[in-house]
Write a protein that binds this ligand. Structure first.
Ligand code: URA
Length: 262
């Protein structure tokens, strides 16, 4: 019998014996999205909340899955991975929201990240900037297969993970409207380099998981279309939320089968 770790992790407030053997974690940023995601599964129970980390256990048939929020940005995401790794999580799937910078991508569409631009600082505490931030091929392929199976409009490519919502994503609707010269024209440049979208967590997730020999994938719903407007569209939240949850549920079943037949 493996010994269970009953030590409560400092930031997330969870111990291994609360996870019911879960090896998969679904990671939204927003604590408010934990229960709605868990409800899409066959059954669930809540675990509680510590700081920005709200958690629940959801099941696909008898397979337990942890749903836990990371809060916004790379530092809190890296902390989540560190502490979840210690209590037995092996597979990490981000379920986030994002702004696209490509005109062919629509509000409500889903973006799966193959890799991420490291426009943040946290991941450099784990690996030098030359090291690529890439997702797990098997986990990412499971997301792609699930999205295809469900007929959900999906785009696969490179994501830019920024440490700031306004200047790093070249948004001028900030408090002062001032954006450092270094970021002027950056959205156009990323667009020309075929980057699909901006968000704030994927690069750190990919780097920390990769250097820990854990597997990560990232799936985001489009809530801002930056070629049209800087605004975030709250009215597409529910569509995005439902799509991400359904894809994740199907992807975990696909991935389980892949892992079992390896
Ligand atoms: N999250 C981001 O970081 N940027 C957006 O445009 C939308 C969500």
């Amino acid at each position: 019998m493996p010994v269970k770790n009953t030590e409560v992790q400092y930031h997330i407030g969870l111990s291994q014996d609360q996870l019911c053997g879960a090896r998969y974690a679904l990671l939204p940023g927003d604590p408010g999205r934990v229960t709605p995601i868990a409800k899409v599964f066959d059954r669930h129970h809540e675990l509680g909340q510590h700081r920005e980390y709200r958690s629940a256990i959801a099941y696909v048939d008898r397979l337990p899955i942890l749903v836990m929020s990371t809060g916004i940005g790379s530092p809190s995401t890296a902390i989540a991975v560190e502490e979840l790794a210690r209590i037995g999580i092996q597979y990490f799937i981000r379920l986030g929201t994002t702004g696209t910078i490509q005109p062919q991508i629509n509000l409500g569409d889903v973006i799966i990240s193959e890799a991420a631009v490291r426009l943040e600082g946290t991941s450099q505490h784990y690996a030098p900037l030359e090291y690529p931030a890439t997702g797990s091929i098997t986990l990412t392929n499971s997301l792609c297969d699930a999205a295809r199976r469900l007929g959900i409009p999906t785009h696969v490519g490179i994501t830019c993970s920024s440490d700031s919502f306004w200047p790093g994503q070249e948004r001028y609707d900030s408090f002062t409207g001032y954006v450092l010269r270094r970021f002027h024209g950056s959205v156009e440049e990323w667009r020309r380099l075929r980057v699909l979208n901006f968000e704030m967590e994927t690069a750190a997730l990919f780097i920390v998981c990769r250097v820990f020999a854990l597997e990560a994938a990232s799936l985001c719903g489009v809530i801002a279309q930056r070629t049209e407007s800087e605004a975030v569209r709250k009215d597409v939240y529910d569509i995005v939320q439902e799509r991400l949850s359904k894809i994740a549920k199907t992807a975990i079943s696909i991935h389980q089968t892949t892992v079992e037949t390896r």
